[in-house]
Design a protein around this ligand. Structure first.
Ligand SMILES: [Zn+2]
Length: 317
């Protein structure tokens, strides 16, 4: 069959009776037509001058192209590399679809929905999500400052997607066997300062312990920080051991704030996270930190375009 010229195609399109749903689909399709060269250009530009990822040597010469990227040979170790060698995005294919896919990440689309919009298979969409998101999540503050609120949120442990369950399946989904927080629950610890810098930690199963708080919070709290938490004993033990100034709210007794002493910023983050998570209909425990990292990126409004996300994910920024 002869291929249509653009004029003929437009002629045909203008005879179609478009429903609002069809028009929406057409607009979405046009918006996702990517210039195949754009993604490559962004990667090459961001990685310009990067030393050899194998040995750190800066001396290299060009040696052909592979998968659309310039290849280099290192004069130190003689091994070859390209702009993505050693990054989470090495060896992923179909670069022309990466920027539209990252737009789907910014729009919090599900695996299935992003696959449909970008025109890749669902398994590709899944694989890309768990490469791009963990890469971009490394964009996190090194330290929090001044007043730091910390609190945990618990989610029932989930083995979604696992071929072999390590426990009997739950009847009718999300109900724990016992009441209260126990080892059936994953703990997500969130610390947030009053400049809205946020850090998240999956501490494991069950109630957070002073030891876990030490491991997660000690490195990111400056010596003069004021830590605010609820009345859980683990925070008091941790703060006393670490010599951190600490105030706590007796939330169980109904005390939610004493002037500036409250944990409403971190609780607000938790509630945004939980309502954002609903669209994914349950997430596996082993990916919980990826989802909280994803929400942290969106909530911080720092990486706001597909190109920002691409550079962060490839660790080129
Ligand atoms: Zn080298």
């Amino acid at each position: 069959m002869r291929s249509l010229s653009l004029d003929e195609l437009f002629g045909l399109l203008s005879t179609v009776q478009w429903s609002p749903a069809d028009l929406a689909r057409l607009r979405e399709w046009i918006a996702n037509i990517a210039n195949p060269a754009e993604c490559i250009a962004v990667i090459e530009q961001a990685a310009a001058g990067r030393p050899c990822p194998h040995c750190g040597c800066a001396m290299k010469h060009r040696c052909g192209q592979a998968s659309g990227l310039q290849r280099f040979r290192c004069l130190g170790c003689r091994r070859s590399h390209n702009a993505l060698t050693g990054t989470p995005l090495a060896r992923l294919r179909k670069k022309e679809r990466w920027l539209p896919y990252l737009q789907c990440v910014l729009e919090s689309r599900t695996v299935r929905d992003a696959a449909r919009v970008v025109g890749v298979h669902r398994t590709t969409s899944f694989r890309w999500r768990h490469r791009f998101v963990p890469g971009a999540m490394r964009d996190r503050p090194k330290m929090l400052s001044a007043i730091v609120e910390a609190d945990e949120t618990y989610r029932l442990e989930s083995q979604k997607g696992s071929r072999k369950l390590t426990r009997p399946p739950r009847q009718r989904g999300g109900v724990a066997r016992r009441r209260g927080i126990n080892h059936e629950h994953d703990c997500l610890l969130v610390a947030r300062d009053r400049n809205h810098q946020t850090l998240d930690f999956h501490t494991g199963r069950g109630q957070v312990t002073a030891k876990q708080l030490h491991r997660c919070l000690r490195p990111v709290l400056p010596a003069d920080a004021l830590l605010i938490s609820d009345g859980a004993i683990a925070y008091r033990h941790f703060a006393a051991q670490a010599g951190i100034t600490h105030e706590f709210m007796n939330v169980k007794a109904g005390v939610r704030a004493r002037g500036a002493i409250h944990i409403q910023n971190v609780n607000g983050w938790h509630s945004r996270f939980k309502s954002w998570l609903v669209r994914f209909r349950g997430v596996a425990s082993r990916y919980l930190i990826n989802y909280s990292g994803w929400q942290r990126i969106l909530d911080a409004h720092r990486l706001t375009t597909p190109i920002h996300l691409l550079c962060a994910a490839a660790q080129l920024s």
